[in-house]
Write a protein that binds this ligand. Structure first.
Ligand SMILES: *Cc1c(COP(=O)(O)O)cnc(C)c1O
Length: 444
């Protein structure tokens, strides 16, 4: 078992340490080279916002395994729920002989997703699988085929979702033929759009593409991340999502909000969609933050859309697995009292002024953006808006060498994103931001 968790950054070896290096050398002989490793330190255990590697180094986690352990590593209630459930029932297959935790997860999601309409849910294993199934529901309901997605977007690594990604490298290159009937249109990207372009104007720009290149007649759904994740935490201009929704409703087109990264308290609300008043996507896809690291995902949305498939058309062997469902219930029930949302907003109030202050001192920071505990800095060549991925690589490497786990993002690899577990303390945040400051000073 792990030793008593300690809450500070602590380095006891060079990074990666000797045990990690030995494990990594062995891994290279056994694991597919297609599976990357951003930082080959091998993690032994974790709690809250601290992860400890096999050499005893303690890192401050500013990435949550890409927004998954939002509730905190080894959250007490999640651990307890998993332990109890694993000893009781691990599998039947819900579509053969059902069990209650699946229904409870659906009930909680139906209650807390946006939209003043009757809702239903279905559970799956991964974000990509949720997105694929949202597309299935949309096609079945509308009896149309085409799908619109956005520049800089990311939706997964299955065949359909690869086609929905913006970035060919590393996600799609060489893995074709990709699925057809998927069309990319321009995103609202306030930092890079023409100065003063409103959300409605950005929506009109996208709608022009949609009308000219696809046509509403064949379009089943517009799939959009309300804040783009892999794309670099791009927050669309106010009015953009609503502009798309107004057009979609007038044209019998569904809106799917891909909340896989932005959902479940990450931005300080249940879902990032809530930040756009009146935005009520027909379907929402949910995964990463929902179960403290256990694999489970969902599509939640309009009951008439979710009921459009014949029985047996939707499912999968492990979808809504009882142990993962128990973990999801433990996360969702903790969110219901509101303190986790409050913490995400506190993290924003704590970090945002500090990031803006860093921008004053480090002209390599072109933009600071995000919501809640989903914040990012976009690095540029000082004095220009030219993407500066070289600086990002230096900063990320410096942070890693100094015990802070950060992630890059962005079409040009020039964004550093911060999505810490919400269990992170102010002391840990201060420490991590001090390391970031040093890293930026070293990046020029
Ligand atoms: C991560 C992600 C996915 C894919 O989820 P997986 O669980 O990796 O399949 C889909 N959409 C968004 C917005 C994501 O961030």
């Amino acid at each position: 078992m792990s030793e008593t968790p300690v809450s500070v950054r602590k380095l006891v070896t060079a990074i990666p340490g000797p045990k990690s290096q030995a494990l990594h050398a062995h891994r290279l002989t056994q694991v597919s080279a297609g599976v990357g490793a951003a930082l080959p330190v091998y993690i032994d255990h974790a709690h809250g916002a601290i992860v400890t590697d096999v050499d005893g180094n303690q890192f401050i986690d500013m990435g949550s395994g890409i927004g998954v352990v939002t509730i905190g590593h080894t959250n007490d209630q999640v651990v307890k729920a998993v332990q109890e459930q694993v000893a009781k029932l691990t599998h039947t297959l819900f579509t053969v002989t059902p069990y209650e935790p699946y229904v409870r997860v659906c009930e909680l999601l139906n209650k807390h997703t946006p939209g003043h309409f009757a809702k239903k849910s279905a559970l799956f294993n991964s974000g990509a699988e949720a997105v694929e199934n949202a597309v299935k529901f949309a096609r079945k309901f509308t009896r149309k085929t085409e799908i619109v997605v956005f520049d800089h977007g990311y939706h997964g690594r299955t065949n359909l979702t690869m086609a929905m990604n913006f970035k060919a490298m590393p996600y799609n290159a060489g893995f074709g033929p990709l699925a057809g009937s998927v069309h990319h249109v321009p995103m609202s990207y306030p930092y890079r759009d023409p100065e003063g372009l409103t959300g409605q104007e950005a929506a009109n720009r996208a709608i022009t593409y949609i009308e000219k290149r696809v046509g509403a007649e064949d379009l089943a759904a517009i799939v959009i991340e309300p804040i783009q994740g892999e794309g670099g935490f791009i927050v669309p201009a106010p009015g953009f999502l609503l502009g798309l929704q107004n057009w979609a409703r007038a044209n019998n087109v569904l809106i799917v909000a891909d909340e896989v990264q932005a959902g479940i308290a990450r931005t300080g609300r249940w879902f990032a969609s809530y930040y756009e008043p009146g935005f009520e996507p027909d379907l929402v896809t949910i995964a990463k933050g929902i179960a403290g690291g256990m694999p489970i995902s969902a599509v939640t949305g309009r009951a008439d859309v979710m009921d459009s498939s014949h029985a047996g058309g939707i499912g999968g062997t492990y979808g809504g697995n009882p142990v993962a469902a128990a973990a999801a219930i433990a996360v969702l029930e903790q969110l219901e009292d509101g303190t986790v949302f409050a913490r995400a907003l506190e993290i924003e109030s704590f970090m945002l002024p500090r990031l803006l202050e860093l921008q004053q001192r480090h002209p390599v920071i072109g933009d600071v953006r995000g919501r809640g505990a989903m914040l990012a800095i976009e690095l540029v060549v000082p004095g220009t808006k030219n993407p500066n991925s070289a600086a990002v690589n230096k900063v990320v490497q410096y942070c890693h060498q100094n015990g802070v786990l950060v992630l890059n993002a962005g079409t040009h690899g020039n964004v550093i994103r911060f999505l810490p577990p919400l269990a992170i303390t102010d002391e840990q945040l201060t420490d991590a931001l001090n390391v970031l400051d040093e890293a930026l000073a070293n990046a020029n």
